[in-house]
Ligand binder design. Structure first.
Ligand SMILES: [Mn+2]
Length: 320
């Protein structure tokens, strides 16, 4: 088309806007002029469908090819709101299949939304060593690994039930093991995280046992026993713990407020999140004339579980 056009006409200029088109000179009647119009129009249409960014010249006339819009810049997208989630006291075990299912579903559906998930102890009802393959340990490991691989950071504190959770478990799942106390910057507020058993200082027999059980000698002694022996010992320990609890008053099992204040003061925080007591609440009090808060996470039950979800806008408990 362009070839015949070039032979018959000389195009001196073009504007393809509105009703005007190429101004044609030279020989040819109305019919050939009409044909030239059609040719120029067709050429321009074909050209404008190309993706070249700069205008192209066809033999003296100018076809404007619109510049394609720039690709959307990542930086111009609104950032996803950051979310931090806290859970604790799941007490996962072979017998509690509903809670295991609930946790696996949480790891798959709700946890990936979070930038970080903090598990503040007693993820397992008992832990006798990272080499224990008893279900649901394998499944939990696998799903935790999937979550950390997808970009959500997972932080773990030991509880009074799973204080033998070790580095091997954390390496296999890419979970970060925290110490008994950890201070994080929670959207600008320094916040102390702990399982909570260290705050129950009225329970003297437990504190004495804890001290002993946290020595390297005690732990090495236990972990060096064969797996079958540790499995039996764990059963016995859980049974014993059940009867011990029955004999203790409710007050002894809760935190000691003076200890809470001392520990918070020591860590320079006015906000504390912990689990362990299974008494979910938000306590408000004062430390040296300043307002302080203590968040107690709920334990997981057969029929209900919750995560404390925190964003820049604030916090809420979300059902799992
Ligand atoms: Mn606990």
């Amino acid at each position: 088309m362009l070839h015949s056009l070039r032979n018959e006409h000389e195009i001196t200029s073009t504007t393809l806007e509105g009703g005007s088109a190429a101004r044609l000179t030279g020989v040819g009647g109305r019919e050939s002029r009409r044909q030239a119009y059609t040719d120029v129009f067709t050429a321009s249409c074909q050209a404008s469908h190309r993706t070249a960014a700069k205008p192209t010249t066809y033999r003296g006339y100018f076809v404007h090819i619109p510049t394609p819009p720039p690709p959307i810049q990542r930086a111009s997208l609104l950032p996803m709101p950051r979310e931090i989630q806290f859970i604790s006291d799941l007490h996962l075990s072979l017998e509690k299949t509903e809670i295991t299912k609930r946790f696996l579903s949480y790891l798959e559906r709700q946890a990936p939304r979070a930038e970080a998930v903090y598990i503040l102890g007693d993820l397992f009802d008992a832990w006798i060593g990272d080499d224990d393959p008893t279900p649901p340990n394998g499944k939990i490991r696998k799903q935790l690994k999937q979550l950390t691989s997808s970009g959500t950071q997972v932080y773990l504190q030991q509880g009074n039930r799973d204080f033998l959770l070790g580095q091997r478990f954390c390496d296999e799942t890419a979970v970060n093991l925290l110490g008994d106390y950890a201070v994080i910057d929670l959207f600008g507020t320094p916040t102390l995280l702990t399982h909570g058993d260290l705050l129950c200082t009225d329970d003297l027999p437990y504190q004495a046992f804890r001290e002993k059980a946290h020595t390297p000698e005690w732990q090495q002694n236990v972990l060096s026993k064969p797996l079958w022996l540790r499995l039996i010992a764990a059963r016995w320990y859980r049974l014993r713990s059940h009867f011990h609890k029955r004999g203790k008053t409710q007050d002894i099992m809760d935190v000691n407020q003076q200890t809470v204040i001392e520990i918070m003061r020591e860590h320079g925080v006015l906000q504390l999140i912990h689990g362990h007591t299974h008494r979910p609440a938000i306590h408000e009090f004062e430390i040296d004339g300043q307002k302080a808060k203590r968040f107690v996470l709920p334990d997981w039950k057969k029929g209900s579980a919750q995560a404390l979800c925190w964003t820049k806008q604030g916090h809420r408990l979300e059902a799992i």
